[in-house]
Design a protein around this ligand. Structure first.
Ligand code: GLP
Length: 269
């Protein structure tokens, strides 16, 4: 696992966007050989999406031959609800770039048969040739996508019950009213993320410090599903300084040292 420590959220976002853009450019995607991205919602990736939009507007990258699969979606929230992950993605990213709507995949939390919807999602990922780069955030309790503590580290796309912690945290998007937050969600599994060819996780802020420390230094455990990434052959975590607050000094200095020549986003493109 690589750990890229950036000064602040702005630098982290620029680095993540340039890294994604560099992978897309290197892959040189075409209709016959598209590049497949796994995408998150949440506040963590917002800065990266803004930077990617700027790169698109500047003509540095095109999303014409990109296929996307989002990580998760609430169950039972209308697609056009302002807090649905469908709304989030179109508002914050897709409507600003040249992605083809038919290339966008987001789980349908209102599907008549939710299990069939999850199985089909896995089949669609497989049919697209697998995910080339899965981008994610992390919950304060170390969850990736909606794989809450206790999720199998081999799990596939399925329905999950959200923990009280997550419901309370996410209530900030629902007028601070926990009763408005859906109790369940559809989510890709930890295994779905692990099957991606590469994974990039964005971690920012002091409230993610414990999750980062567990992810980098903790034992692999279903209690902190981010720890599964330690077994991934190509996983990168990009974080800011406040997220490092719980890392041991030795770990912090180690990654600062070995990545010292890789921190400048300008060198990525
Ligand atoms: C939710 C999402 C996760 C996300 C997490 C953190 O639980 N399902 O994919 O990583 O929130 O969100 P934020 O980036 O807003 O802190």
């Amino acid at each position: 696992m690589r750990l890229i420590i950036q000064e602040n959220y702005s630098a982290l976002s620029k680095w993540a966007a340039c890294y994604v853009a560099s992978k897309i450019r290197k892959a040189n995607p075409s209709p016959a050989k598209p590049f497949v991205l796994g995408l998150p919602t949440g506040s963590s990736p917002l800065g990266m999406y803004q930077e990617l939009i700027e790169l698109y507007k500047a003509g540095s990258i095109s999303f014409e031959n990109i296929i996307t699969f989002n990580m998760d979606e609430y169950v039972g929230l209308p697609e056009n609800h302002p807090q649905s992950y469908h709304s989030f993605m179109w508002e914050n990213f897709f409507s600003h770039i040249n992605i083809r709507p038919e290339n966008v995949h987001i789980l349908n939390g209102n599907a008549p048969d939710l299990n069939a919807e999850c199985e089909q999602y896995e089949a669609d990922i497989h049919a697209a040739g697998g995910i080339d780069l899965f981008i994610g955030g992390v919950g304060a309790d170390g969850h990736i996508a909606f794989n809450e503590p206790g999720s199998s580290l081999h799990s596939a796309t399925r329905i999950k019950t959200l923990t009280t912690d997550t419901i309370i945290l996410n209530s900030r998007f629902f007028d601070n009213d926990v009763n408005q937050v859906p109790q369940t969600a559809l989510t890709v599994g930890v295994g779905t993320v692990m099957y991606a060819k590469e994974v990039l996780i964005i971690v920012n802020g002091h409230n993610k410090a414990q999750a980062l420390a567990q992810g980098v230094e903790g034992a692999i455990s279903q209690k902190w599903t981010i720890t599964a990434l330690q077994l991934h052959p190509k996983a990168i975590i990009v974080c800011d300084e406040p997220a490092c607050d719980e890392l041991s000094v030795g770990t912090y200095r180690y990654f600062k040292d070995i990545e010292k020549n890789n921190l400048d986003y300008k060198n990525l493109l």
